[in-house]
Design a protein around this ligand. Structure first.
Ligand code: HEC
Ligand SMILES: [Cu+2]
Length: 378
């Protein structure tokens, strides 16, 4: 058979016809090419079948507890608002999808033309309709507007111009690759783990010490850029006590994926106890290995980067005043155990690529004492 292009006398046409409808092209192929196309089709059919069978099995393996960073379990006012818009959008999008699939089906069954030997190409287009052009430009624009309005409303609700009464203000400073939390007026500073009481609005004022990061706690909803030299804000009221994982959501360098943090939402009583402990100085390390460790700390370079209330005033790294009371460290990626902390001090880079803390060559007994001291800082 002569090529389609020759039959129709139009050049570019064959290309687009092949993409939208490969069958006539397969016919134009040699017997070998045709059998390759047929093989490919049967492989695809088998792969589709396998995927359909495997899907329920794979989904059955999903346990919500394995997905602590899920946005499907909102635990704050903001989280619920976000999910509301999300569900609304999915419902409307599904209706539009059904409408479009219906139209495609209708067009395929009622208006399709088949290629024939004597007339292999589709009929020429019928010209242009300005009404149709306007309709399919305005339609999607309206749909986007429909989604944008409630989304923008939530953005503004999550950063009210006047803070809600009784809100707890927390200054957040993002660093490569950890989070600093200050409670202004309370004299509390912590890293990677922040405590807030349930039912009380928490207002996070976000700033960065280096590059652009993004503050995101999926369970609390929202996500906000953290920009150097500019204070962004995110306000929400948690409604359920618990531990919520957060993470940096803007690529910020080598250990971006190791820049997590935790929000502990506590009952008012638990929060008050935590706060009372944080505002009192660290427990005195006046005996045993911990006391010897304090000496190691004071006589090494640790003091230039780390503050411990009443002991040192470094400011480059996390405040260690109550390090022993934290459950995790180094961007909340390691559990706070003596073995992990010892490994960290020996070689931070080995545990966290790009970590901006140098190894200081501490080993053996000195290292053990230092770790005992840090863990004693409850
Ligand atoms: C040049 C500055 C610098 C020096 C010196 C330094 N650190 Fe660090 N340290 C850091 C930085 C920065 C981090 C945060 C790393 C990260 O999580 O990405 C850190 C993290 C830590 C952490 C984990 C804290 C947390 O809550 O995540 C501990 C513990 C620690 N350092 C102990 C020490 C000890 C002990 C010494 C002395 C032997 C020391 N550091 C020396 C900069 C320093
Ligand atoms: Cu980051």
């Amino acid at each position: 058979m002569a090529s389609h292009a020759a039959a129709s006398g139009r050049k570019g046409w064959r290309m687009s016809f092949c993409l939208s409808n490969p069958l006539p092209c397969a016919r134009a192929l040699s017997p070998r090419g045709r059998s390759m196309v047929n093989n490919l089709k049967s492989y695809l059919r088998r792969a589709e079948f396998a995927a359909l069978v495997a899907m329920p099995v794979l989904l059955a393996g999903c346990n919500p507890a394995d997905f602590p960073a899920s946005t499907f379990a909102p635990r704050s006012d903001l989280g619920h608002w976000v999910q509301g818009v999300y569900l609304e959008t999915i419902v409307w999008d599904s209706l539009i999808l059904a409408l479009i699939c219906g139209l495609i089906f209708l067009l395929l069954t009622r208006y399709s033309t088949r290629a024939r030997e004597d007339q292999p190409g589709p009929p020429p287009p019928h010209g242009e309709s300005i009404e149709l052009e306007i309709a399919w430009t305005a339609g999607p624009a309206l749909i986007l507007l429909f989604i944008a309005v409630p989304s923008l409303r939530i953005v503004f609700r999550s950063q009210p111009a006047t803070p809600p009464p009784h809100s707890l203000i927390i200054n957040v400073t993002a660093h490569q690759w950890w989070w600093q939390f200050d409670y202004p007026g309370l004299g509390v500073e912590t890293a990677d783990e922040v405590h807030i009481p349930v039912g009380r609005p928490a207002r996070f004022l976000l700033n960065s010490a280096d590059v652009i990061h993004s503050f995101w706690v999926p369970g609390m909803g929202g996500k906000r850029d953290v920009i150097p030299g500019h204070v962004n804000e995110l306000t929400f009221t948690p409604d359920t006590p618990g531990e919520y994982i957060g993470e940096c959501a803007e690529f910020c360098g080598l250990s971006h994926a190791n820049m997590k943090f935790r929000i502990f939402v506590q009952t008012p009583v638990d929060y008050a106890n935590w706060l009372a402990n944080q505002t009192s100085g660290p427990r005195n390390a006046n005996q045993g290995a911990a006391a010897a460790g304090e000496h190691v700390f004071l006589t090494s370079a640790c003091t230039t980067c780390h503050a411990i209330k009443g002991v040192s005033s470094g400011y480059i790294g996390p405040n260690l005043t109550h390090f022993g009371s934290r459950t995790t460290f180094a961007g909340s990626i390691y559990v706070n155990t003596p073995a992990n902390v010892a490994a960290w001090i020996e070689d931070p880079e080995a545990l966290k690529p790009g970590a901006q803390m140098p190894p200081l060559g501490l080993r053996g007994k000195e290292l053990d004492q230092l770790v005992a001291y840090l863990e004693s800082l409850k």
